[in-house]
Design a protein around this ligand. Structure first.
Ligand SMILES: NC(=O)c1ccc[n+]([C@@H]2O[C@H](COP(=O)([O-])OP(=O)(O)OC[C@H]3O[C@@H](n4cnc5c(N)ncnc54)[C@H](O)[C@@H]3O)[C@@H](O)[C@H]2O)c1
Length: 254
């Protein structure tokens, strides 16, 4: 039991295919106490059975584009738990038209949406929970290969992920003052609801099977196990970092 009694806040479960679900399952198996947030009311109904399955202690609404909702969520968590040991940020969004075609056509508005939901939200959540996070606690976020390399159609989200990875490095300095760690998992492609928005996603999946050292696509359990390491004391000396869970795809050259 690597996380016995640790209080873990999970942002980003929408169904049992969500990467955050794979993470929450591993946390649960290792004794963590869980609470889940959801973005909009219709998601609450889908989340309820998942929260029940994993003995979630409470759920709260938090659309990360709203400072008010972030503050209200944090106030609720403070009331329920008082403090927190683990925060998982598994959230991203870009408008469909910004996940296809030419990157040069990205609108100012679409760019703002992608960066706001997928990158700025990490800063906002860290600020809202900073004083509640216990020394030794761990913050995790999810990135993708398209942060550092050009992936067809990933477009605005690629830039949002590049910004997210930079945020992890800058936040690690501020949070490190109180011995709070923050890291990113750079996950290989997984067929989730968010991934459905990316044009040509199936082609990416078959490329991994063909070219990655492990010749298979990763699962949400693979990501969950890495998250367990990063959330637990096993990774006590690691912060501001990015760990790839992608069957090794990122290390391949021609
Ligand atoms: N699926 C992949 O191939 C893949 C690969 C690498 C990284 N990731 C990243 O993993 C994370 C989780 O995505 P997923 O693939 O599990 O998909 P998912 O659709 O299961 O999860 C995305 C979550 O983001 C939430 N969200 C979107 N807008 C929000 C908002 N305004 N406020 C609060 N929550 C909001 C959704 O409600 C959902 O729970 C994302 O950051 C994604 O970019 C995914």
């Amino acid at each position: 039991m690597l996380l016995k009694g640790k209080k873990a806040l999970i942002f980003g479960v929408i169904n049992d295919r969500s990467i955050a679900y794979g993470i929450a399952k591993q946390f649960k198996e290792h004794g963590a106490r869980l609470a889940f947030s959801y973005a909009v009311d219709p998601i609450k109904r889908r989340l309820e059975p998942i929260s029940e399955e994993l003995d979630g202690e409470f759920m709260f609404k938090c659309d990360v584009t709203s400072d008010e909702e972030i503050a209200a969520g944090a106030a609720m968590v403070k009331e329920e738990w008082g403090d927190v040991d683990i925060l998982v940020h598994s959230i991203a969004y870009a408008n469909r038209e910004d996940l296809k075609g030419r990157f040069i056509d990205t609108s100012r508005k679409g760019y703002g949406v992608a960066l706001d939901v997928s990158s700025y939200s990490l800063i906002a959540l860290c600020r809202a929970y900073e004083q509640m996070l216990n020394p030794g606690s761990s913050v995790l976020t999810l990135s993708y290969y398209g942060a550092g390399k050009v992936v067809a159609n990933y477009n605005a989200m690629g830039v949002a992920k590049a910004a997210l990875e930079a945020c992890v490095r800058y936040l690690s300095v501020d949070l490190g003052q109180r011995q709070i760690r923050i890291n990113s998992i750079n996950a290989g492609p997984v067929k989730t609801m968010a991934a459905k928005g990316i044009s040509g996603f199936s082609t990416i999946l078959s490329k991994i099977e063909e070219k990655a050292p492990l010749h298979r696509n990763i699962t949400i359990d693979d990501v969950g196990k890495c998250a367990l390491y990063l959330a637990s004391d096993l990774s006590s000396g690691t912060t501001g970092d990015i760990i790839f869970v992608d069957s090794g795809y990122n290390i391949m050259g021609v």
